[in-house]
Design a protein around this ligand. Structure first.
Ligand code: COA
Length: 579
């Protein structure tokens, strides 16, 4: 079948849907819904059998849904309506939530129901829920809808609030007055819930030191206390603010738009640095436990000869300081009497490479880009040259650009089934580093390496395994994945073959080094990156600006819009066409 996706953004859910639907033998073309006109044009050009909107913030024009079956993927249970579904699900503390495939019609979210899935709610931010439970449920409803449509005899269920299983209702757009926090009277759990319901967009509008900011990234704090509303500590860019019954860490802030001045999200302590000069930096030991409630980015656990190094950086973005701290932590755990080190990344993301927001905010973004990529390279180098342990990369969440190459530095790479990998840099106007010219061809061969970095397409775990980019994918549920990783790592650590394996790895690295030293790969990559960072007219600075300020693209990139490719020169990996 020919399926057209109408979407607001080619985001992770759309990418995953693209992969899954294509895997089932359908052809997918994509149109970014930048106007009613382009949507109509896409339908006219493509003549799809079915239209699906996996992530669409605007309405599909009437002249489209009247003549074509259009399915809207709504992040809510049956009967739920409105633009703030997940925000409300978190705010009302729902036990279960869901995703529903609805037929488009004039009144939003009232169309016939083609499929619906529910899941148990987890205590986390809206975007974390979106990237895990919502995405999994959305894929199920999309695939079920396609099957039902193909069967030709399925009759969708009209929305009927009289039905027992229709438990949702119409809820309004959630405004800032509902989200507002009263630090003097509200409990930590209420404050956390409010921030999570607005994270990653739009954030909770609040006042700090007399200025208005949006708050993001809430974490509970078990021990610190202070006068409600007061900022009482800082740690690795996050600030800790006291409430009446405890305290809350806030990792990121965005200043409210002022006249024509735009702002973007940054580590909270960086935004408030002028005010925090006398506030102590509360460093944390690596050995903090997974269950300790405080703000932690890097922590380490050890069991049965295996060390697990977690690095849960917000949005998977890794600044110079974060790369340096992670490298220090890695070198530290390499001195332990263990046999295997598992790099766990974060729950939500493994890594998305250098921190574009922190770079954008730097006094000299070119210099900061240079520092950041070098810090990232130092970390990758430390992993590539480990001769004390076998190293496993366990990707629980999506990875992109240098983040993928970071994983390839490990000896073995496992992914949670269903994550999305974007092993390319060109979309950001970069040649890329992280020793990718060594690691990527080594895994997939030179021809494929060039293809992957040129085509700039997202990749699913099945395909990644097929081409040898990763060693395997395991369970799609986080807990199952973690248990499987533990079993594999422990087995590896106790295997009679362990010593041979470690020796072989050291010998192979030595052979590779004699053939071409890692230093040469780094030098060659950085020569290209220097051009990207420092030469005039390079697209990286504009691409980064557009990414950080979230400038919406003007049209769909040609490589995604199959219907627009006829007779056009398909430049493989053009940047998104921004203004
Ligand atoms: N630096 C800073 N922030 C980053 C980031 C990076 N390298 N990569 C992702 N993010 C942030 C996004 O701004 C977004 O922030 P928000 O939710 O707070 O608004 C969040 O992570 C999720 O990204 P988004 O693009 O909305 O999610 P996605 O899952 O649809 O897409 C990527 C994921 C990784 C494909 C896309 O974010 C991307 O291209 N990132 C840049 C990768 C890169 O070029 N890195 C630098 C070269 S090493």
């Amino acid at each position: 079948m020919k399926i057209l996706f109408l979407v607001t953004a080619y985001n992770s859910l759309t990418q995953r849907a693209h992969i899954e639907v294509t895997n089932r033998g359908h052809e997918v073309s994509i149109e970014l819904a930048v106007s009613d006109k382009v949507m109509a044009e896409a339908v006219e050009l493509y003549k799809p059998d079915l239209i699906i909107a996996p992530m669409l913030k605007t309405a599909i024009p009437e002249n489209i849904w009247q003549h074509h079956l259009c399915i809207i993927i709504h992040p809510g249970i049956m009967g739920d309506r409105g633009p703030s579904s997940l925000d409300w699900a978190i705010m009302i503390n729902a036990d279960n939530w869901g995703v529903t495939a609805l037929q488009a019609r004039a009144e939003m979210d009232t169309g016939d129901i083609w499929s619906s899935q529910t899941f148990k709610m987890r205590q986390c931010s809206k975007s974390c829920l979106y990237r895990a439970e919502v995405t999994e449920a959305a894929i199920k409803v999309i695939l079920e809808t396609i099957e039902r449509f193909q069967s030709r005899n399925f009759v969708p269920q009209p929305l009927d609030y009289g039905q027992e299983d229709v438990k949702g209702c119409l809820r309004p757009y959630m405004r800032q007055n509902v989200r507002a926090i009263d630090w003097a009277s509200e409990s930590v759990s209420d404050i956390i819930r409010k921030i999570r319901a607005a994270d990653s967009q739009p954030g909770v509008l609040d006042t700090i030191y007399g200025e208005e900011y949006y708050l993001y990234g809430a974490h509970e704090e078990d021990t610190l206390k202070g006068f409600p509303g007061e900022i009482i500590a800082q740690r690795y860019g996050a600030i800790c603010r006291a409430a009446c019954d405890g305290a809350v860490w806030i990792s990121h802030l965005k200043k409210k738009k002022k006249e024509n001045q735009l702002f973007f999200k940054l580590p909270a302590a960086l935004v408030l640095s002028e005010h925090l000069k006398n506030l102590p930096e509360l460093r944390l030991s690596l050995q903090v436990s997974s269950t300790d409630r405080t703000y932690k980015e890097i922590w380490y656990e050890e069991k049965n000869n295996v060390g697990y190094l977690h690095f849960d950086f917000s949005n998977g973005a890794m600044s110079t300081d974060q790369c340096q701290r992670l490298r220090d932590a890695f070198l530290d755990v390499c001195t332990r009497e263990t046999k295997v080190i598992v790099l766990m990344g974060g729950y939500d993301f493994w890594s998305n490479g250098i921190h574009l927001n922190v770079i954008e905010a730097a006094q000299d973004p070119r210099e900061e880009s240079w520092r950041n990529i070098n810090a990232m390279n130092d970390l990758v180098y430390a992993i590539l040259t480990t001769n004390t342990h076998l190293v496993i990369a366990a990707l629980q969440g999506n990875a992109a650009a240098g983040g993928v190459m970071l994983a390839l530095a490990a000896d073995i790479v496992y992914c949670r089934r269903g994550i999305v990998l974007n092993p390319h840099y060109k979309r950001m106007g970069l040649y890329g580093s992280e020793y990718w010219t060594y690691s990527l061809p080594k895994r997939v061969g030179m021809k494929k390496a060039i293809e992957l970095t040129d085509n700039c397409m997202p990749m699913g775990t099945e395909f990644a395994k097929k081409i040898g980019l990763i060693d395997d994918y395991l369970g799609s549920h986080h807990i199952i994945f973690q248990q499987q990783i533990e079993l594999i790592a422990e087995e590896m650590a106790t295997s009679p073959d362990y010593d041979n394996r470690l020796t072989l790895k050291i010998q192979n690295r030595l052979k590779d080094e004699q053939y071409k030293p890692l230093e040469d790969y780094r030098k060659e990559e950085l020569e290209q990156m220097k051009i990207n960072f420092y030469e005039p007219g390079q697209s990286y600075h504009t691409a980064r600006y557009n990414f950080v300020y979230k400038v919406p693209p003007l049209e769909t990139p040609l490589h995604l819009a199959k219907h627009r490719q006829v007779g056009r020169n398909l430049e493989k990996c053009a940047l998104f066409p921004f203004e």
